[in-house]
Design a protein around this ligand. Sequence first.
Ligand code: PLP
Length: 450
Amino acid sequence: PAPDPAAGAAVKAADRAHVFHSWSAQGLIDPLPIAGGEGSYFWDYEGNRYLDFASQLVNTNIGHQHPKVVAAIQEQAGRMCTMAPGFAVDVRAEAARLIAERTPGDLDKIFFTNGGAEAVEHAVRMARVHTGRPKILSTYRSYHGATGAAINITGDARRWPSDNGTAGVVHFFGPHAYRSHFYAETEEQECERALAHLEETIAFEGPQTVAAVVLETVVGTAGILVPPPGYLAGVREICDRHGIVFVLDEVMAGFGRTGAWFAADHFDVVPDLITFAKGVNSGYVPLGGVAISGAVAATFDQRPYPGGLTYSGHPLACASAVATINAMAEEGIVEHAAHIGENVIGPALREIAERHPSVGEVRGMGVFWALDLVKDRATREPLVPYNASGAANAPMAAFAAACKRGGVWPFVNMNRTHVVPPCTVTEAEAKEGLAVLDAALNEADAHTVD
Ligand code: PLP
């Protein structure tokens, strides 16, 4: 579409008048007015087009405006926009079936929510009622959402301003070989010591007080941390031994992001509960949920589940999930994500890392990658300090600005950039974005000791 800066200015003025933005000091932000999006791109009113290397908030797994999903939402809107959760509704039942068919093991019952945080809220409520125990264990390097329990379960710094010490959450360290908390020198050591640390945390908390261990299968925003072989199976075994519910949060990792329907598929592990959102319908209509094992579901066979939402299983959201999952299956989108990660993005990032002293580590799978940026490869000192802002964060801000000037919308968190395009990104688009990233890393290199 033709540029229309006046329309963009009007949108921004209207936004600034009344929209209160997430995670922001309202007086310090300058939101970019967006005119539209399609596939892997979106564009502003000035004529700038951006390759979406962030998939918005890592949710547009099938890209912007997938025609089959748009048509399904339109069709459903004409038929039935809304219906309370107590009724049986065709698209709700079909969405639940399509999801349950893809979840591992016997996670065959689906409770629908409006997004990821609510999915986590309900998963931990199910675990607490099921076990009759109060505590939730989760890792420091994690993000689980911004509502009451979810923000406390979150380990990263976004928890700090809202931390409620009475929420019954205990944090521990998961495995992270590059920045080992356990002085480990190999992945095997990291795995073994991380499991011993969890076992000890549970022993000191009192196993009879622990309802659930909540983990991101592959940690997302807090660093794209792929667990070492054996870790998740080890957590499963510990949970089984102590009667603890094992929750895998796949809000970000699920629905194709790692090159599998669920990231758990890569690790041969079956949790008791899986939380999902984002990729289930690429966020076209707000939707999340919890996939529930037979044993946890049975707790609520004769006893009411103490929770619900006006919009649980909203027909528009469920219709978009049905269309999204069917399109992903028909078009081989999950397989494509695996292929592009293994053959294009992974190899290109490793090559980029050789050229740039600021790249400390490349890690990831599918369309779920991180570059861990450092000042000094020898010491692995992060390029910017933990949770830096303002001047201290300038090197990362300069890197992000260079990406945007080059037409790529990057995902930046602390000292990392994540390469998280849609699962549908083509080889040519991935290469175009990686070339821009490559050049932008010169900004980061300027702050290294080498
Ligand atoms: N869990 C994980 C792993 C996430 O990445 C997120 C969001 O980024 C959430 C939960 C929260 O989801 P929502 O923002 O839809 O509430």
